[in-house]
Design a binder for this molecule. Structure first.
Ligand SMILES: C[S@@+](CC[C@H](N)C(=O)[O-])C[C@H]1O[C@@H](n2cnc3c(N)ncnc32)[C@H](O)[C@@H]1O
Length: 283
């Protein structure tokens, strides 16, 4: 194979990424090559002998070097597809995960007409923006402690056409929020703080610490959300929270102690309970 054709660059990059530990080296290499050269997948298939310009080659080599140092492709490209829409991702936001689509599916089944939703710890806005985009009659508020993350959520909301129905508020959990909501959602940080150092470098080195640590046992945000949710839940409303592996029983205990009833366990595609629902117990 002649050097520096698309095919040879792809093969070499894939081999390098495999050696550095990527589980999807060919896919990673292809996405990076497409982005560096402004090409589609069809371009690669139809023109494997094409060559890159010097500038494109330099960009591609930079991308591959970053990926070899465990930076996720979505962070290198600054974009992640979530529930069929592309979200901008920056170092200030969690990289939205496919598992979080579980809470979307659960919420879509529950949302009443003209639903009012509250998304706590919105990051890129993936949850709130997706639900508002799927339900054009819904309105919502999304909060985050990080103003830099909220700026990304604002940009995503504008690009995805829901900014007129989404209010973004900076502050801790319920602190900046007033009013009642039909559905309160959160994918809070839920990793026990002592486990962060042992996470994959893709997560540990690139997701913001604020998006990961849930305190000593990983459950602090659930305690705060459970204690504040009743004051913001409309009659018949539902709380939906994403959880980490093995946290279901503990999180249910926390909500039950605050007067909620468990109202559904929702599993991700891997079969793990990923999302819990809660109703307000009737008085
Ligand atoms: C696990 S990330 C989830 C982001 C987004 N909802 C998603 O699912 O991709 C948790 C988010 O909570 C935010 N956060 C952390 N502590 C917070 C707090 N005290 N109040 C509000 N948001 C907080 C982080 O900045 C981060 O954006």
């Amino acid at each position: 194979m002649p050097p520096d054709t698309l095919a040879s660059l792809l093969a070499a990059a894939s081999a390098r990424l495999k050696a550095s530990g990527s589980e999807t080296p060919m896919l990673d290499a292809r996405l990076l090559l497409q982005a560096a050269a402004g090409l589609t997948r069809e371009d690669l298939i139809l023109g494997p002998d094409r060559q890159l310009s010097r500038e494109q080659l330099s960009v591609f080599e930079g991308f591959v070097g970053r990926r070899a140092h465990h930076e996720p492709v979505s962070r290198i490209l600054g974009a992640r597809e979530f529930y069929g829409r592309v979200f901008r991702v920056t170092p200030h936001t969690l990289d939205p995960r496919p598992d979080t689509e579980t809470i979307i599916e659960a919420a879509l089944k529950l949302m009443p007409q003209a639903a009012r939703l509250l998304d706590l710890g919105t990051g890129t806005g993936a949850i709130a923006i997706t639900l508002l985009a799927e339900r054009p009659d819904a309105t919502g508020i999304a909060t985050d402690l990080s103003p830099a993350a909220l700026a990304v959520a604002r940009e995503n909301a504008e690009r995805l056409g829901v900014a007129g129905r989404l209010t973004l508020l900076a502050g801790s959990w319920f602190a900046p929020v007033s009013g009642l909501f039909d559905i309160i959602l959160s994918n809070p940080p839920y990793i026990p703080s002592g486990e962060i150092a042992g996470l994959d470098p893709e997560v540990r080195n690139f997701d913001p610490a604020l998006a990961l640590s849930g305190g000593t046992d990983g459950l602090d945000p659930y305690r705060i959300i459970a204690s504040g949710a009743a004051a913001h839940l409309a009659a018949g409303g539902r709380v939906l929270v994403e959880i980490g592996a093995g946290q279901a029983a503990d999180v249910e205990r926390i909500f039950v102690a605050r007067g909620f009833l468990p109202a559904g366990r929702h599993s991700d595609l891997g079969g793990h309970v990923r999302c819990l629902g809660f109703n307000r117990a009737q008085k």
